[in-house]
Design a protein around this ligand. Structure first.
Ligand SMILES: Cc1ncc(COP(=O)(O)O)c(C=O)c1O
Length: 441
């Protein structure tokens, strides 16, 4: 077996969400990472301008996290997830729950954001059935929403390329409109100041059409992340909470990106000051060092589901690796580091500076829009004459060549600095993106 860091045959591995032919013609092979930087197989250093995939919030190889995983692997590699538990899993659940608004109390572990979303949808259905409202089976998602790649998440998600190949998905799903208008909102800093009812009238129309008694839940990201960082108008989430509550429709916030500090608060629910019924999370929960996701449910949802089944299993759902001991160990270490480093406050302090630096890209070649919230930044680029998506991909490749990893989705670019970055780290990321934009011109 070859021990070379450069494989001599790239054919067997089928990469996810990747142009495989293009990648294999010019692979980007990562062999190491420490702090803010990757090392590549050809010996280069590349700055991480995207926190892995929004997930390595403390930077790579954080010593607390790495050591916790090593210790855990030596002590207990695995114990069954069903009918057994480790003490540490209870501790992590409590630490996570303490960071969500009061009333959100019970944490169910998964291994990814996609699984967290499907779990939350199932909880919503089970909850309604348990309280004698089994007619509530419909879901409402949002155009350009991303909720992972399970058939549930796909169905409530709203990114056409992720949906169009896979058939009709879950029945009974409607979508709220995309709450962002580039002609009116371009280059807005933070939240656009416009009437959120512009986009939420549709919710009332959907409810009028199907009747609330058929609708289980509405699911949205607090900030649209994967589609390219789009921030709904101020007051949108508060209004959504108000309308959903009025109609007995559960509100699920998908916090896979916004959980654990991205906005300068523990999560989007806290940042926007609302209490949803369910929140999904993953990524930053354990610095992505071992796959992990989770759902937090309200006391009311948990109690309703448990009380409906006097004996035996109350919720027929779970994963072999739910609360995997290594993932939990990484989670506890991550939560400790978040606390010790005052990470959320740090992000809140850094966010205005990030906003300033990000918006300094206005006027650079092809930039038609810039958006930001917390330490999340989005650009839209003018499409290449040869087709949509090409410009975004070209910028991603050029940025990597120049030494920074960012993310493109079509012609949108997302920048997500590692949350414990300092000012200089942020400045470096932005300058490398600027150089990449200029190099494309
Ligand atoms: C909001 C949101 N939900 C769900 C997911 C899916 O998470 P995973 O890739 O861990 O399945 C993502 C991934 O980026 C996400 O951003």
């Amino acid at each position: 077996m070859s021990t070379s860091p450069i494989p001599n045959d790239l054919s067997a591995y089928w990469l996810p969400f990747t142009a495989n032919k293009a990648f294999k013609a010019a692979p980007r092979l990562i062999t190491g990472a420490k702090g803010q930087f990757y090392t590549t197989a050809d010996g280069r250093t590349v700055r991480d301008g995207f926190s892995g995939l929004w997930c390595s919030i403390l930077g790579h190889g954080h010593p607390l996290v790495t050591e916790a995983i090593i210790r855990q692997a030596q002590a207990l590699d695995y114990s069954p997830a069903f009918n057994f538990a480790t003490p540490a899993a209870f501790e992590l659940a409590s630490r996570v729950a303490a960071q969500f608004p009061a009333g959100l109390e019970h944490v169910f572990f998964t291994n990814s954001g996609s699984e967290a979303v499907d779990t939350a949808l199932k909880m919503a259905l089970t909850h309604h059935r348990a309280r004698g409202e089994g007619t509530r089976t419909r879901f409402i998602g949002r155009v350009n929403g991303y909720h992972g790649v399970g058939f549930g998440g796909l169905s409530v998600g709203g990114m056409a390329n992720n949906r169009k190949f896979f058939g009709p998905g879950l029945p009974g799903v409607d979508h709220l409109p995309f709450p962002y208008d580039p002609t009116l909102d371009a280059f807005t800093r933070g939240e656009p100041q416009r009437d959120p009812m512009l986009y939420l009238k549709e919710l009332e129309a959907i409810i009028a059409l199907h009747d609330a008694s058929t609708i289980a839940a509405v699911i949205v990201e607090p900030m649209i992340g994967s589609a390219g960082v789009f921030i709904p108008p101020a007051g949108y989430l508060q209004k959504l909470r108000e309308i959903s509550e009025r109609h007995g429709i559960l509100l699920i916030l998908d916090e896979v990106i916004t959980g654990f500090g991205r906005l300068g608060a523990a999560n989007g629910a806290s940042f926007f000051g609302i209490t949803p019924d369910l929140c999904t999370m993953a990524k930053g929960i354990n610095n992505a060092a071992i796959p992990m996701g989770a759902v937090i449910a309200s006391r009311q949802i948990y109690d309703t589901i448990l009380n409906a089944t006097p004996t035996g299993v109350e919720f027929f759902h779970g994963y072999t690796y739910s609360a995997h001991p290594l993932a939990v160990a990484a989670g506890l270490a991550t939560q400790q580091a978040i606390h010790e480093e005052g990470l959320y406050e740090h992000v809140a302090r850094l966010a205005p500076l990030f906003e300033e630096m990000l918006h300094s890209l206005r006027g650079e070649p092809y930039v038609t829009d810039i958006r930001n919230l917390g330490l999340a930044g989005g650009l839209t680029l003018a499409p290449h004459p040869d087709g949509p998506g090409l410009r975004g991909y070209q910028l991603f490749v050029k940025a990597y060549e120049l030494g920074v990893a960012i993310r493109s989705n079509g012609d949108t670019i997302a920048i997500a600095p590692i949350l414990n970055s300092n000012e200089e780290d942020i400045a470096q990321v932005i300058e490398l993106v600027r150089r990449a934009l200029r190099a494309l011109a």
